[in-house]
Design a protein around this ligand. Structure first.
Ligand SMILES: O=C(CO)COP(=O)(O)O
Length: 250
């Protein structure tokens, strides 16, 4: 089954009104193949203006969401608010949320389930740290993270899930995984889905690679069979480079 290539831009806690306008303008004026889907994730204060400013074909994602629909949760954002603002996507379980804010596998699973039930599409992140890779625990960690998500979902929910494999050692370090390293884990994730969810879900689910993706590394990474796109951090804040990455899909 053909999986549409997806390039996501995770702006993290970066930007200003000025940079946001510049990036939106570049995406409105730039072009890339209709076989490539683009989703950008601005910081929460800019979600509404990005959604109204960027062309419809570009998806907009929040970088986090809470599990309850409303109430006394100071500082949080609900799925209902995202829908109210016409934000179709949310990134959940990013390694920065896990490590800095202590989000457990279980909480990540609950957030993914709440978002999908609310009708949002989810980019669900997983990935091992350097010491876990060195200890040969990559698949153990990644499978545990994905299982915590899968446990909360029914097979049909997977139509709205994209997985992002983001090895922690490659995030913001300039140390990009080789195409072979990434492909190996992507294939393992797909096999895990086939065995534990269904072969249809394994075939259809897009698995993105994230971690120091640049215009230089994207052409080779995109050649790998099980790499269905990228989740780009730093390079998504550079308008020309992000467009180059969008155009690296052959
Ligand atoms: O965390 C990432 C995307 O979510 C990757 O960040 P960098 O591309 O800056 O390494």
């Amino acid at each position: 089954m053909a999986r549409k290539f997806l390039v996501g831009g995770n702006w993290k806690m970066n930007g200003s009104s000025q940079l946001v306008s510049q990036l939106v303008k570049a995406l409105n004026e730039g072009s890339w193949s209709s076989n490539v889907e683009c989703v950008i994730a601005p910081p929460a204060p800019y979600l509404a203006s990005v959604r109204s400013g960027v062309r419809e074909a570009v998806g907009v994602a929040a970088q986090n969401v809470w599990v309850d629909p409303k109430g006394a949760f100071t500082g949080e954002i609900s799925t209902e608010m995202l829908k109210d603002l016409n934000i179709g996507w949310v990134i959940i379980g990013h390694s920065e949320r896990r490590s800095i804010y202590g989000e457990s596998d279980e909480l990540v699973g609950k957030k993914v389930a709440a978002a999908v039930k609310a009708g949002l599409k989810v980019i669900a992140c997983c990935g091992e740290s350097e010491s876990e890779r060195d200890a040969d625990k990559t698949t153990e960690v990644v499978f545990r993270q994905i299982k915590a998500i899968a446990d909360q979902l029914s097979p049909k929910d997977w139509a709205n899930i994209v997985i992002a494999y983001e090895p922690v050692w490659a995030i913001g370090t300039g140390k990009v995984a080789t195409p072979q390293q990434a492909q190996e884990v992507h294939k393992d994730i797909r096999n895990w889905l086939a065995k534990n969810v269904s072969s249809d879900v394994a075939d259809a689910t897009r698995i993105l690679y994230g971690g120091s993706v640049s215009a230089k590394s994207s052409p080779d990474l995109q050649k790998e069979k099980d790499i269905d796109g990228f989740l780009v951090g730093g390079a998504s804040l550079k308008d020309k480079e992000f467009l180059e990455i969008l155009n690296s899909r052959q």
